[in-house]
Design a protein around this ligand. Structure first.
Ligand SMILES: Nc1ncnc2c1ncn2[C@@H]1O[C@H](COP(=O)(O)OP(=O)(O)OP(=O)(O)O)[C@@H](O)[C@H]1O
Ligand SMILES: [Mg+2]
Length: 291
């Protein structure tokens, strides 16, 4: 197929493929066209989404389709936030199911950047939907937006990772002032989160921890699992809105089963404090789309 023929064969961006498009894409000999000549894959769907890198970019939201399970997760969480003091949640879903994409959407919905907020509102289809009233109330944002702390898990300390995010966004210098694994560092992180939530009148603080399982596995190496209980309690008690979302591949219980008995016992105490917004349901898997 000549270069010219290839460019006319492509449908316009965003338009569905028609029979004509396929016929145009077919070679003069009448052979069936290659799929790659009529379908291209949007860049952002060619790789897994990484919350800390992709949050903040309008491009990362392009082509996002808000499906039923994702919508349910947001609505369930929002109901809890609006009608109860529950502020700590986990999302559980299969590999590649769209957890990080939804996290980018949620973080963007309350972002300090108005353009990003608008793009998220459109991507999550909350711009017009009536059923979104609890979501709109739970995650309403003023001009300044929320303090968003996107954290991605690794085999290290969750407290250190949150401290680093706080230092970066609010200049709290927790890492400089305290030692790793010290009680003082944990206390300062919790105090700063509560203070930041309390100081924002109509906005809140969203702490979103993707790949939380990696931090949980690190807990087996001595990181304090009790921190998660304190975090959930502080979020539920503090003035202002502090929302914590932890993203996992499997349920809390399944992680606990793989940990040592001491950590497992601690974990059983934490478990009831955290609402599992989509245990087992996951976030649907979806395939690539035509541009
Ligand atoms: N609702 C959606 N609309 C469009 N594309 C999506 C959607 N959900 C996921 N994708 C695409 O599917 C791929 C996997 O999504 P994502 O990385 O969010 O899944 P994940 O559940 O976080 O995966 P992992 O378990 O590996 O962390 C990405 O390329 C993403 O862009
Ligand atoms: Mg992910």
């Amino acid at each position: 197929m000549s270069k010219g023929a290839s460019s006319t064969a492509m449908p316009r961006k965003g338009q569905p493929l028609s029979l004509k498009d396929l016929q145009r894409a077919a070679s003069p000999s009448g052979n069936v066209p290659r799929l790659s000549s009529v379908v291209t894959l949007a860049r952002q769907f060619q790789r897994a989404v990484r919350l800390d890198a992709d949050y903040g970019s309008v491009d990362a939201l392009k082509g996002y389709v808000c499906q039923g399970t994702a919508r349910n997760v947001l609505e369930t969480m929002s109901r809890q936030i609006v009608h109860t003091r529950q502020r700590a949640f986990t999302w559980t879903g299969p590999f590649g199911g769209g957890k990080s994409s939804l996290a980018v959407g949620l973080c963007s919905l309350v972002s300090p950047d108005r353009i990003v907020r608008q793009a998220a509102s459109m991507a999550l289809s909350f711009a017009t939907a009536e059923s979104a009233s609890d979501v709109t109330r739970a995650f309403s944002a003023s001009k300044t937006g929320w303090l968003v702390l996107p954290v991605v898990g690794h085999r290290g300390s969750v407290v250190d990772a949150i401290a680093a995010e706080l230092d970066r966004h609010v200049g709290s210098s927790i890492l400089r002032k305290t030692k790793s694994k010290s009680r003082q560092r944990t206390a300062l992180v919790l105090q700063e989160l509560a203070q930041q939530a309390g100081s924002r009148r109509s906005d809140g603080v969203l702490l979103c921890i993707d790949e939380l399982g990696k931090f949980l596995e690190a807990a087996a190496d001595g990181d304090d699992i009790y921190f998660y209980q304190e975090l959930a309690d502080v979020a539920g008690r503090c003035d202002g809105k502090l929302v914590v979302v932890g993203i996992l591949h499997q349920s809390f219980e399944q992680y606990a089963n793989r940990l040592g008995s001491e950590v497992r016992d601690e974990w059983r105490k934490v478990h009831p404090r955290v609402h599992q917004a989509c245990q087992g349901a996951g976030v649907e898997r979806r395939g690539p789309t035509a541009p």
